[in-house]
Design a protein around this ligand. Structure first.
Ligand code: R5P
Length: 299
């Protein structure tokens, strides 16, 4: 029985303070349930409203690509600098320390390898297994204009329905197949379809002209995919432009883990995304951190 001795009278009702009813900070997410908002807040930093996601899911169709040969050796040291990780369940279980408290965005579609038609994907994770791993979101690739367009859209909408049942957001990933045009018109189409069909956030590539129109016409946050490896200053400049034009963050892979100094690069990207640091200054930060790391290692 509960201890009923010395039960104090209630008195602090703070009649002068209205109950707070704050708007949720993620674009388009105001009407979502508490669990879904909480998961989005594990991905998007509530202070800046933005995210630096580290994408390491490439192996699901590429195998052990350069920089990801040994995730335990090369990637685990970067994990403290990422707001969220984008990865497969296999890599999560096998290599990522469960003490990681950032967001986990799980690659939830797959099937074909680089040797086959890439758009022929199916869902590749059961929602129960994702819940078991306490994920923050599920990522599904959508090939608008691709050979298996309808199938991949259907993968995403099924995942949205399952995610809505359990409070898990879905990230729609706009894929560009080998022959697809990458311009603002294409990405307006692809991102808007993902959002209209229920994705709570969308990942897409940066385009030099009209990226702001892609952001403006998408009712949920867009995170910029990194794309092929660029020299560090160019990659930081691209991230900075995307942020200035309204992106809610980046989901970068090769431009971080294939950098000559990945830990320095992800910290420079963090400065661009969360502190609006200018690309030239972020590049100086990258070089300074790279020199420090070399000095620490005695090389
Ligand atoms: C590739 O298919 C993966 O989905 C990656 O997550 C995505 O392309 C981002 O990685 P990167 O910055 O290397 O393009």
């Amino acid at each position: 029985m509960a201890d009923l001795d010395n039960v104090k009278d209630t008195k602090d009702y703070h009649f002068d303070i209205p109950a707070s009813n704050q708007a949720f900070f993620v674009k388009g997410a105001g009407a979502l349930d508490w669990g879904m908002q909480n998961r989005l807040a594990r991905i998007f930093n509530p202070k800046s409203g933005r995210t630096v996601m580290l994408a390491i899911d490439h192996g699901y169709f590429l195998g052990p690509t350069s920089g990801l040969e040994r995730v335990d050796v090369n990637i685990v040291p970067l994990v403290p600098y990422a707001d969220a990780l984008m990865l497969t369940r296999g890599i999560l279980r096998a290599t990522i320390p469960p003490a990681f408290t950032g967001g986990v965005v799980m690659r939830a579609s797959g099937g074909p390898s680089i040797r086959k038609e890439l758009s022929n994907e199916l869902l590749a994770v059961d929602i129960e297994d994702a819940i078991r791993m306490n994920v923050s979101a599920m990522a599904v690739q959508v090939y608008i204009g691709g050979e298996f367009e309808t199938q991949t859209v259907n993968n995403m909408t099924r995942m949205v329905d399952m995610g809505n049942r359990y409070g898990i957001p879905t990230l729609g990933v706009t894929a560009v197949g080998k022959d697809m045009v990458r311009d603002a018109q294409y990405f307006r189409l692809a991102t808007r379809i993902c959002a209209e069909l229920g994705a709570q956030f969308v990942k897409t590539y940066y385009v030099d002209k009209g990226f702001d129109t892609v952001i403006a016409s998408c009712p949920v946050p867009i995170v910029m995919a990194g794309g092929k490896k660029l020299p560090e200053l160019e990659a930081l400049t691209m991230a900075s432009r995307a942020i200035n034009e309204g992106a809610a963050g980046v989901d970068m892979g090769r431009n971080i883990f294939q950098s000559e100094a990945p830990a320095a690069m992800i910290q420079a990207v963090q400065a661009v995304v969360h502190e609006n640091m200018k690309p030239a200054q972020a590049f100086e930060l990258f070089q300074a951190l790279k020199r420090k790391q070399a000095a620490d290692l005695g090389v």
